[in-house]
Design a protein around this ligand. Structure first.
Ligand code: ATP
Ligand code: MG
Length: 332
């Protein structure tokens, strides 16, 4: 069967971008069609300035939200990355496969390192090597497909390169995965800056819809979304990024296609109202289920314990094989 892996970092509260770009397809499609694993990739949260207690809290919250959104632990495996040693074991071998130049070319590294420097921080070495650990996350499970938002496509491409290179040098070891992007909302933009991706770790929050925002706040953020000069509603990402973003969010929530939906509106206000309604409708069941699950922490613990065990069982043989292939003496 197809094997699917994807992850989400506990770097902040989950956003509408995370949901429409990734989580929704995990829930609606991936867990039903394949042997799927979904991970709270907490080690990746340590690549930027972080507060230990917050990362821990967000890891639990993220896991709880994955379940609240509809991941069903009888259909898929949900686990925390740091609970499974295979990720870091394999990451080192892939560091010995990748080149430093390859890492420095990654767009996310360029953007995030610039952001760290701008706020006076130093850039952690792990921010540079992050894509290698991500490659290990994917290759350890022999994943065929990696459902991600558009911004992660470059990292999956690198993962493919590393898998092919390793296989060529050391013998067939890894499945070569491919990224699978959603048809709509593969890159939800910030409502206050529609030229920037909505990101959960961003400091300026007024343009970000969080999955757990109060309905009032969701509505306010969407009604105050920056729109473009002009007043007719057309779908054009280049000249009308703000309106295009709203149309894409609306289409992703309600069905339909953004260009056609545009024809039904003659004012920005009506588009915003409908978009807010559509988003609230999508988020309502998720919020309700999240509140329920918060009352049952033992259930979440059990899911994560069981998930880590299953993940270890799958990853161990592949990572052991990679250790032998690359020339390491098997342990006695
Ligand atoms: P950070 O700011 O810490 O990078 P993030 O919001 O980008 O957080 P990630 O944990 O990096 O979230 O990514 C989790 C998944 O959500 C990935 O598949 C990513 O492609 C997807 N994703 C993130 N932001 C968006 C967005 N704005 N639109 C669509 N998909 C997104
Ligand atoms: Mg990100």
């Amino acid at each position: 069967p197809t094997r699917i892996f994807s992850g989400i970092k506990p770097t902040g509260h989950l956003t509408l971008g995370n949901y429409l770009g990734a989580l929704r397809q995990w829930v609606e499609v991936d867990q039903h069609k394949a042997d799927a694993l979904f991970s709270v990739v907490d080690l990746h949260a340590l690549t930027v300035e972080h507060e230990p207690a917050r990362v821990q809290r967000l890891s639990r919250q993220t896991a709880t939200l994955l379940l609240a959104a509809g991941l069903d632990p009888t259909q898929c495996t949900v686990f925390v990355q740091s609970h499974v040693d295979e990720h870091t074991r394999l990451s080192y071998l892939l560091e010995c496969t990748a080149s430093d130049g390859e890492m420095r070319r990654m767009i996310q590294y360029k953007e995030k390192s610039a952001r760290e420097r701008a706020t006076g921080g130093s850039v952690r070495l792990s921010l540079l090597t992050y894509p290698v650990l991500m490659a290990a996350d994917i290759l350890a499970y022999g994943a065929d497909e990696v459902p991600v938002g558009d911004d992660q496509a470059q990292h999956v491409e690198l993962t493919r390169d590393l898998a092919v290179r390793f296989n060529q040098r050391y013998g067939q070891t890894f499945t070569v995965p491919k990224a699978v992007l959603p048809q709509l909302a593969a890159r939800v933009m910030d409502l206050q800056d529609p030229t920037a991706k909505m990101g959960k770790s961003h400091a300026e929050t007024s343009g970000i819809v969080y999955l757990l925002d109060e309905p009032d706040a969701v509505r306010r953020k969407i009604m105050r979304a920056v729109t473009d000069s002009g007043s007719d509603v057309v779908h054009d990402r280049e000249t009308r990024p703000g309106i295009a973003n709203l149309l894409e969010i609306l289409a992703a929530c309600n069905g339909g296609n953004p260009a056609e939906l545009a024809g039904g509106y003659s004012s920005y206000g009506a588009l915003k109202r409908d978009t807010a309604d559509a988003v609230l409708e999508v988020l309502r069941p998720l919020r309700e289920r999240h509140a329920e699950l918060c009352g049952d922490p033992a259930y979440v613990d059990a899911v994560l314990r069981d998930g880590a065990e299953r993940a270890r069982r799958i990853a161990r043989p592949t990572v052991d094989a990679a250790y032998r292939a690359i020339g390491l003496l098997p342990a006695y």
